[in-house]
Design a protein around this ligand. Structure first.
Ligand code: DGY
Length: 368
């Protein structure tokens, strides 16, 4: 049972190849828990669900009662899943990492420049027939080249975004993450050396000890954290107040990482501050006043929406369910590309609770 139509055909073929009859809910609105339960019915071996659905005790017990043994989120993020509830019912939970990285990073870049160069408000101005000719003062924005970019959460997507901004726009990087990203630091150091051998100014990379240090220093702050109790409202009124008056904040992670009401208030009182948002605190609703702000660029949670990525996510989700039903080991490695090729590994690409449920890893099976 799949709670939404997914793009491409391969995911469907992969499930059919392991003997699954696939039922897809055609509705485009977010399904309620009761509707998902009804869709699973009394016989359902596995489910693919969405980040908009609360997969917790009620849904996992219903899936189990229907004979279910496999679940995959159609997302890399899994803040909508109660992993403990899944484990209680013995249900492995998959997600779809690796295929979103570049697509999501590109959207963060797009929002960065849309906000910095005021493309939303200037487009509205033009479409409204208000353009009366070129003016030296029309829609002045910010030049980002050689400014400082701050990345909060330097995992896969944050890392990819940072590299684009450093390499493409010669920005200095400051990042905040619980873990040091040595590969990123080495990359920036090597790129800086390369620039200098070509007579260009160096670029720098520094890991901030405190998020506040990053906020004070950065001209652009891009959020790439997971959503959990430690990151909910990470960007609040106090922290916004630390940022430069003409800084910009970009969010392609999860809406609740920003206190949206505080952001609205800050953008109202700081007209040169800008925000680029793909995600919202109470999706699909927007905080009152957000949509009226000219200094905010908003798109409807589409950071991963390239055809390649969304089809890849569907393939990974299907492989998670098929692999689990076939009792295959978990791949759980950063490189998931083999699953997109013609000869996918005999494994589930990414099972979040593999260790907890005693599911062996593919690499360990290979060694035996
Ligand atoms: C994810 O996979 O978590 C993304 O938010 C989907 O765009």
């Amino acid at each position: 049972m799949v709670t939404k139509e997914l793009p491409g055909a391969r995911w469907h073929e992969m499930l059919a190849a392991v003997g699954c009859r696939v039922e897809v809910c055609a509705d485009t609105v977010v399904l309620s828990v009761a509707e998902i339960r009804a869709a699973m019915g009394t016989r359902c071996d596995g489910a693919i669900g969405q980040l908009t659905e609360p997969w917790g005790e009620e849904l996992f017990s219903a899936l189990r009662a229907a004979g279910g043994r496999a679940y995959s989120n159609y997302a890399v993020g899994f803040d909508n899943i109660d992993l403990k509830a899944a484990a209680r019912h013995g249900i492995p939970v998959g997600n779809t990492p690796g295929v979103l990285t570049d697509t999501a990073a590109e959207m963060a870049v797009a929002l960065t420049f849309a906000a910095a160069r005021r493309t939303g408000e200037s487009e509205r101005f033009l479409r409204a027939g208000r353009f009366e000719g070129w003016l030296p003062t029309l829609f002045l924005g910010e030049l980002l080249r050689q400014q400082t970019v701050g990345v909060i959460g330097a995992g896969r997507i944050g890392d990819a975004y940072a590299r684009i901004m450093v390499e493409g726009h010669k920005m200095n990087l400051i990042y905040y993450d619980l873990y040091r990203n040595e590969a990123l630091e080495h990359y920036v150091a090597a790129y800086s050396a390369f620039l200098q051998t070509h007579g260009q100014p160096p670029v720098t990379c520094r890991r901030a000890e405190r998020v506040e240090d990053l906020l004070r220093e950065a001209d652009v702050v891009s959020l790439h954290t997971v959503l959990d109790d430690s990151t909910r409202h990470l960007i609040n009124a106090e922290r916004l107040a630390l940022m430069k008056d003409n800084a910009l904040v970009v969010n392609t992670s999860r809406g609740p990482v920003i206190d949206e009401a505080a952001l609205v208030a800050h953008c109202r009182t700081h007209p040169n501050f800008r925000a680029g948002l793909d995600v919202f605190e109470k999706e699909p609703e927007l905080a009152p006043g957000l949509a009226d702000l000219e200094n905010v660029v908003i798109v409807p949670h589409i950071a991963s929406a390239s055809k390649w990525t969304r089809e890849g996510m569907a393939t990974l989700a299907a492989c998670n369910v098929a692999g689990t039903l076939l009792k295959q080991p978990a791949w759980n490695r950063p490189d998931v590309m083999p699953f997109l090729g013609s000869n996918p590994p005999q494994a589930s690409p990414s099972i979040l609770n593999a260790t907890e449920l005693g599911i062996p890893l593919y690499k360990d099976i290979q060694k035996e």
